[in-house]
Design a protein around this ligand. Sequence first.
Ligand SMILES: O=C(O)CCC(=O)C(=O)O
Length: 288
Amino acid sequence: MLSSQEVEFYRENGYLGVENVLSREELEVMRGVIDEFVEKSRSVTQSDSVYDLEPGHTSENPLLRRLKEPIKQHEVFTQTLHHKKILEIVSQLIGPDLRCNGDKLNMKLAEFGSPVEWHQDWAFYPHTNDDLLAVGIAIDKMTEENGCLLVVPGSHKGRIYDHHQDGYFAGAVTEDDFNDADAVPVLVGEGGISIHHVRTLHGSLPNTSTNPRRLLLYQYCAADAWPLAQPVKSWDDFNATLVTGEAVLEPRVTEVPVRVPFPSAPKSGSIYEIQTTLKKPLYGKKVG
Ligand SMILES: O=C(O)CCC(=O)C(=O)O
């Protein structure tokens, strides 16, 4: 459970690091499963619905950047989504009825891994209220050198930044004068978790260390937050995303700033793929 100081810190700053959530044994099991997916990625030649590959990936030198929707790929990831300690912590922050609206395993290889440009998750999936957050499970110790998560404290209380370029959603902040001067690292040891509010500005640098940086991300939403940009097409499918608690028929609507992620990026795919179209990336290579 979080202390009242930790809850207060999260409410004020829009992020939190919590140490020692997963045990060493749980981490070892997960690392074994991740290694199996890296092995399987050797037979994949381009990014698909499961594997997101770094440029330069080959069967001899697999460069797996992301395992997409890990809860669909292996039961260890589904079990961890329901981890008792994690659900207790998340419930303290956004209530007992929870859905999951996304999950991913981001991997930065030693001396290589891709950066993630600055963005607010809310720009991708606005809801009727902003009781949504992402939990990042540190499979490896998070350090500044290996490209830990960076956040701008307090940004969850502010505006939604422009994530559009040339009239299309670009998946990253595109404002000319934006910089990372106010950013702080979220440093947690292996088995710890980072938590960031859905409106918190965040990003991460490439991995310049000799160690990998693997972060398993689960997006949790209060069950009464209703998605505004990704329409619910089936009540049953929607309720299949419930992690704990009850579905609601009356979404809670609060006063939140909303921008929709449309028109969609001409280059669709993962955040990495969408962000390759950025003309002025802060961290990555300039394209075009
Ligand atoms: O892996 C990271 O450092 C950040 C990931 C992230 O923000 C995302 O995938 O949306």
